[in-house]
Design a protein around this ligand. Sequence first.
Ligand SMILES: [Zn+2]
Length: 97
Amino acid sequence: MVLAALLPPLMLALGEGTNMNDTDMQIQWQEGSGASVEIGYFNPNGQQCCGHCGVSGTDHGQYAYKTECTICGYVYGTNGSDMHERRCPNARKGLRG
Ligand SMILES: [Zn+2]
């Protein structure tokens, strides 16, 4: 499971507990190269790619992409290579099975 290792650098970049609408830190979100890491890409699990801000992910040569669950609104980090198959880490908590 790479997420635990991925979150610290992304949270550092985003600011811990950052409300994205209430930050004075300007983040330039950038698209990756490839259809599954374009800003606005939805994967089959309802996870949307919001781009990366230059922070490296945990996978070789990958950026940590800001990913948003369009089902519950949970925001987290994902390696670009995982974007196409990423599931919401938040959904697992409350749901059985
Ligand atoms: Zn979710």
